[in-house]
Design a protein around this ligand. Structure first.
Ligand SMILES: C[S@@+](CC[C@H](N)C(=O)[O-])C[C@H]1O[C@@H](n2cnc3c(N)ncnc32)[C@H](O)[C@@H]1O
Length: 456
C-alpha cells in the first residue's frame, strides 16, 4: 500500500530535480504525501529532554516524531536530577536511567531516527580497530556507544541521525585540528551514512540566546537525502543543503571557497595522520557534508530576515523575582571585579611555569536589547562570577531566574521546576535551544517519504 504512493512520489521528486538541472532540493514533497508517517525516535544523552521537546513541537497530526525510548544517566552524581525531570515531564515508560555503556543494543527498540547531544571527548583510536565485539575506540568515550548501537543494529540501524555537540568539536584536538570530527565522519561513512553538518548560532535565526552548536545529520544509504547528496554538485549541496541549510538558510557561496578532501577509512591512520602537516589550520568549517568518504566544507553566513527575540523579551515580571536574585551594593563590587579587565601572574602547579594571565572586560550588566550570551552550567548560585548573567532592571542588578534561563533555551516555563535553582541553571547550561531542533524536525518531516520509513 505504501510503496505505490512512495514510488510515485520518488519518481516525481527525482524527475523535478533532473528538469531543474542544478536547482537544489525540493519544496514539494509534503504536498504529495497522503498518508501518516510516524518516525520512531530514540533520544540518547537526553538530559531534560531538549530534543524531545523540539521534535514534539515540530510534529504535525499526519507526520510526527514519537520518542519510543530515551536514555539519560549522570555519571558525576548519585542523584539523577535530569532523568528525574525527564520522567516527571514525559513519564517513566520507555525511559532508561542507566549508563549507556551498560545498555545492550538489543534492549533498545528498533527505530527510524536516533537523536542526542553527546559529550565532546577525545575520539582517537589507539591500535586495533575492532575488539572481539566489533566495537572500536576507547572505553567511556560516548561517541563509540552511538557507533556501537548503529553497528549492532545492522540492517535495522536508524536511517537518520541528528546529533549535537559544541562547535569546538570541529577543531578538536587543538594539537591536530579536526582529527576527532574526521574520525566521526569516517566511522559514519563505514556504516553507510552520508553526513551533513552546520554550526548554528541560534541567535542568528532570531532565537534569544547566542548559543553556537554543531548539528550533525546522517542519512543512511537509500534515503532520499542520501540520494540527493549523490546527485548535487558540491556548491549546490552546500548552498541549499538537504535538511540543515534548508532549515537555516545561508548567504550564497561560490565554488572557489569550498575545501574538499577524501577521508581515510582507517581510523588509526586518521588518529595518527589527519591534518598533521598543518595541525593548527582548520580542516572543517561551519558548513559541510560528507558523501562516500569525501567531505566538502566552507565558511558560511546566516541569511535571516525574521524577527529577533532579545534577553529583555524573556524576562519575567519584576514582582515575581525572588529577593535572593538581587545583588546588593556590597556584592556588586565583587561582580564588577570579576567582570572587569585584569592581568596577573599565574603559576602552573604541575610544571612550575609562571606566566601572565589576562582577561578582557565583559559587558556589565548584560544587554537587554540583544540575545543573551551562552548559558553555561555554572550559571546558578549567588556567588559573583565572570560568566553568569547579570541584568539591571529599574536600576536594580540581579541574576537570571530559572524560568528566564528556560526561556533562553525556548523550553516551556517551569520545565525543570522539580530541582533547586542552582541545579535548574546547570541543566539549562547543558541543554539546547529547542527552537533549533524544532526547525530541523519540521524540515525533515517535510522531506521524508514513506518509502524510507516502511521499506528502506
Ligand atoms: C550535553 S547534555 C545533553 C542535554 C540534553 N540535550 C538536554 O536537552 O537536556 C549530555 C547528557 O549526557 C548525559 N550523560 C553523560 N554520560 C552518560 C552516560 N554514560 N550514559 C548516559 N547519559 C550520559 C549527561 O548527564 C548529560 O545530561
Amino acid at each position: 500500500m505504501y510503496s505505490k504512493v512512495a514510488l510515485t512520489e520518488e519518481t516525481t521528486t527525482l524527475s523535478k530535480i533532473e528538469k531543474q538541472g542544478n536547482t537544489p532540493y525540493l519544496k514539494s514533497v509534503s504536498n504529495i504525501e497522503t498518508q501518516n508517517i510516524t518516525l520512531k525516535t530514540v533520544e540518547l544523552f537526553a538530559g531534560v529532554g531538549g530534543f524531545r521537546r523540539g521534535l514534539e513541537q515540530a510534529s504535525m497530526p499526519t507526520k510526527r516524531f514519537e520518542i519510543i525510548w530515551s536514555n539519560q544517566w549522570e555519571p558525576a552524581t548519585k542523584a539523577q536530577h535530569a532523568s528525574d525531570i525527564y520522567i516527571k515531564q514525559f513519564g517513566a515508560e520507555n525511559h532508561s536511567n542507566e549508563d549507556i555503556c551498560t545498555v545492550k543494543t538489543e534492549s533498545i527498540p528498533d527505530h527510524n531516527i536516533l537523536v542526542g547531544g553527546f559529550p565532546c571527548q577525545d575520539y582517537s583510536v589507539a591500535s586495533s580497530l575492532k575488539n572481539a565485539h566489533g566495537i572500536v575506540g576507547k572505553k567511556g568515550v560516548l561517541w563509540w556507544e552511538i557507533y556501537r548501537i548503529l553497528l549492532e543494529k545492522k540492517s535495522k540501524a536508524p536511517k537518520y541521525l541528528i546529533l549535537e555537540n559544541v562547535d569546538r568539536l570541529l577543531k578538536s584536538p587543538a594539537s591536530q585540528r579536526g582529527r576527532d570530527f574526521a574520525i566521526i565522519l569516517s566511522s559514519l561513512n563505514s556504516l553507510g551514512y552520508a553526513v551533513e553538518w552546520r554550526v548554528i548560532d541560534a541567535s542568528e535565526y532570531g532565537m534569544p540566546q547566542r548559543r553556537k552548536r554543531v548539528f550533525i545529520m546522517a542519512y543512511k544509504k537509500g534515503t532520499k537525502p542520501y540520494k540527493f547528496l549523490a546527485k548535487l554538485k558540491p556548491v549546490d549541496a552546500l548552498n541549499s543543503g538537504v535538511i540543515l541549510t534548508k532549515a537555516f538558510p545561508i548567504q550564497p557561496i561560490t565554488e572557489d571557497i569550498i575545501t574538499s578532501k577524501t577521508l581515510s577509512n582507517d581510523l588509526v591512520d586518521i588518529t595518527s595522520n589527519f591534518n598533521q602537516k598543518t595541525p593548527k589550520k582548520n580542516a572543517f568549517w561551519e558548513s559541510g557534508y560528507m558523501f562516500d568518504g569525501v567531505y566538502y566544507t566552507a565558511r558560511v553566513n546566516a541569511n535571516y530576515q525574521g524577527k529577533y527575540i532579545t534577553l529583555g523579551d524573556v524576562l519575567i515580571d519584576e514582582k515575581d523575582v525572588p529577593k535572593e536574585f538581587y545583588i546588593n551594593q556590597e556584592e556588586l563590587e565583587k561582580w564588577q571585579y570579576h567582570k572587569g579587565a585584569k592581568s596577573f601572574e599565574r603559576t602552573n602547579k604541575s610544571t612550575g611555569h609562571t606566566y601572565t594571565y589576562s582577561e578582557g572586560k565583559m559587558s556589565f550588566p548584560d544587554a537587554l536589547d540583544r540575545a543573551s550570551r551562552t548559558i553555561v552550567t555554572g550559571e546558578g548560585g549567588a556567588s559573583a562570577s565572570r560568566f553568569k548573567h547579570v541584568i539591571c532592571v529599574n536600576g536594580r542588578y540581579r541574576r537570571l531566574t530559572p524560568i528566564e534561563l528556560e526561556r533562553l533555551n525556548m523550553f516551556p516555563d517551569n520545565h525543570t521546576e522539580y530541582a533547586t535553582d542552582t541545579k535548574r541553571a546547570f541543566l539549562m547550561g547543558n541543554a539546547l535551544v529547542i527552537g533549533v531542533v524544532e526547525r530541523i524536525g519540521k524540515v525533515l518531516l517535510g522531506e521524508i517519504s514513506q518509502t524510507e520509513i516502511y521499506h528502506g
